[in-house]
Design a protein around this ligand. Structure first.
Ligand SMILES: CC(C)(COP(=O)(O)OP(=O)(O)OC[C@H]1O[C@@H](n2cnc3c(N)ncnc32)[C@H](O)[C@@H]1OP(=O)(O)O)[C@@H](O)C(=O)NCCC(=O)NCCS
Length: 158
């Protein structure tokens, strides 16, 4: 039987949040844990759309906070699959603050490894990824390198 495959565009997720008082830390900035929850939800939804199965977060790396966000800022979060292994996939999640003019300033980049689970909660094969553009192929090559580093770190108990 031919393995299922899906395009990157079929599982892209974009969410919008307005930073409210209950999202702030004591210093008046967006609480990092709040953003982490939002991006984890996006990565999970991307994984579910790509696999049409239940998925879990196996790891998150390169979680980089580039700048703060403040009350009333509009936060845009975009997640997409960049690579698939056998039972796991890499989901890249980029977060931005969007100004009134529509300009987007990056505030965070993160790479999630999501694993698909079967009905008994065991890792199960994920659909292949159809790469349609040079950018998607480039992202795939970069993701392959990140996966090697991740596996090396895992072996070293990092
Ligand atoms: C993620 C989990 C299923 C992996 O279990 P495991 O025994 O290592 O399973 P496997 O060896 O079959 O690995 C499954 C896939 O996960 C990948 N993986 C495992 N550990 C990983 C790690 N630390 N980082 C990145 N990928 C990892 C493997 O490379 C494999 O991918 P592949 O099939 O594409 O090659 C298991 O560790 C788990 O259930 N963790 C808890 C996840 C969870 O509850 N998340 C919610 C956060 S609160």
């Amino acid at each position: 039987m031919k393995a299922e495959s899906r395009k990157v565009s079929e599982s892209v997720v974009e969410t919008v949040h307005m930073v409210r008082p209950n999202h702030l830390n004591a210093a008046g900035r967006l609480f990092g844990g709040m953003l982490m929850q939002w991006i984890d939800e996006v990565a999970g939804l991307v994984g579910k759309r790509h696999t049409r199965m239940n998925v879990i977060t196996a790891s998150v790396d390169n979680l980089r906070f580039l700048r703060g966000a403040y009350q009333r800022d509009v936060i845009i979060i975009i997640g997409k699959v960049t690579y698939v292994g056998k039972t796991s996939m890499e989901v890249k999640v980029d977060s931005y603050v969007e100004s009134l003019s529509g300009e987007r300033t990056p505030i965070n980049h993160a790479f999630f490894t999501m694993v698909a689970l079967d009905g008994e909660d065991h890792p199960t094969p994920v659909p292949r990824l159809i790469l349609e553009s040079g950018e998607e192929r480039e992202e795939w090559e970069k993701a392959k390198k990140r996966r090697e580093i991740r596996m090396m770190r895992k072996e070293e108990g990092f």
